[in-house]
Design a protein around this ligand. Structure first.
Ligand code: BTN
Length: 306
């Protein structure tokens, strides 16, 4: 109901009385008062005059009702250990495809290769539960689709030169703005779920902890609404997962990468390999041409452009 009242206040840029809202939603005037009070508590700036209520300003909040058509699939938490853990539990409890778990802060945010992902307020942290209808051998395509979608919206809607560094980091001007972590559960030859967790530096300041990181706020010189980024991303990503568009993902991803054609160093806990990144194979592995001319297939690791 809060979402309905808010939507009404947003659509009607005028004053709406308790009587009018109560009648429209078939609730008592005191219930209207309570819902308005709860919205104000949540940070919405709603003024009250004898004529009724007017929405003055909506904060950058990630409540489900902010994502109209997706409301039922959005789960928002002010703070969690990690959205990956919450999403995993929901996935095991049979939540639907494209369920999204969002948090304002994470106390145990996780990055790739067992690293921490510092998750201060102001950033955007979420995990999407996917049940894609693709064979296990194609599961990586979904991750590449996610990083491609994010690079695209940053370029198309914010005029940023966003590029993907293999496997799925997003960089702008050689600084990392976003990282992606994925977890999959399979059952024999079938994907049960693929959970994709994404952290985006939006209005937080990652550079104090990570000198090679940047945020949308520092690139654009102003705060950006996290709900706008998330909505744009979810729409773009959902479109890229339409069965007819999935086969095109890898080739499109190659147009948005900063890795191919570059001399790189790949570091894992076991070894360091240097060479020229020449391609991505059908499994999502990076193909490196080594100094002696042989081709090495890299399945995972940290990639540094030399
Ligand atoms: C990386 O670059 O190492 C991947 C970072 C992934 C961070 C996101 S934030 C939302 C989700 N929850 C987590 O604990 N991690 C991912």
């Amino acid at each position: 109901m809060k979402g309905c009242i808010l939507k009404r206040l947003k659509s009607e840029n005028t004053v709406l009385s308790e009587k009018q809202l109560g009648k429209e939603f078939d609730i008592s005037e005191s219930s209207v008062q309570n819902y308005i009070h709860e919205l104000q508590e949540a940070g919405y700036d709603i003024s009250r005059s004898p004529a009724g209520y007017r929405l003055i300003n909506a904060p950058d909040v990630l409540f489900p009702w902010e994502f109209e058509k997706r409301e039922a699939l959005i789960h928002y938490f002010p703070e969690v250990d990690s959205t990956m853990d919450v999403a995993r539990k929901m996935a095991k409890d049979h939540c639907p495809h494209f369920t999204v778990v969002i948090a304002d802060r994470q106390t145990k945010g996780r990055g790739r290769l067992k690293r921490k992902w510092i998750s201060e307020k102001g950033g955007l942290y979420f995990t999407i539960v996917l049940r894609p209808d693709v064979p296990i051998s194609m599961a990586h395509t979904v991750n590449f689709g996610a990083s491609l979608s994010l690079a695209r919206i940053l370029q198309d809607h914010f005029a940023l030169h966003a590029r993907v560094k293999w496997p799925n980091d997003i960089f702008v001007d050689d600084k990392k703005i976003s990282g992606l972590l994925s977890e999959m559960e399979t059952d024999e030859d079938r994907i049960v779920f693929v959970n994709i967790g994404i952290g985006i530096n939006v209005n937080n300041d990652p550079a104090s902890e990570e000198p090679n990181a940047t945020s949308l706020k520092s690139l654009l010189g102003k705060n950006v609404l996290r709900k706008t980024i998330l909505s744009l991303f979810l729409d773009e990503f959902e479109n890229s997962l339409i069965p007819s568009t999935i086969p095109a993902i890898m080739n499109q991803w190659k147009q948005y990468t900063m890795t191919l054609g570059r001399d790189v160093r790949i570091v894992t806990s076991r070894e360091t390999t240097e060479g020229t990144a020449i391609d991505i194979d059908e499994s999502g592995a990076l193909l490196l041409k080594l100094h002696d001319g042989t081709i090495k297939k890299i399945l995972y690791g940290d990639c540094f452009i030399r």
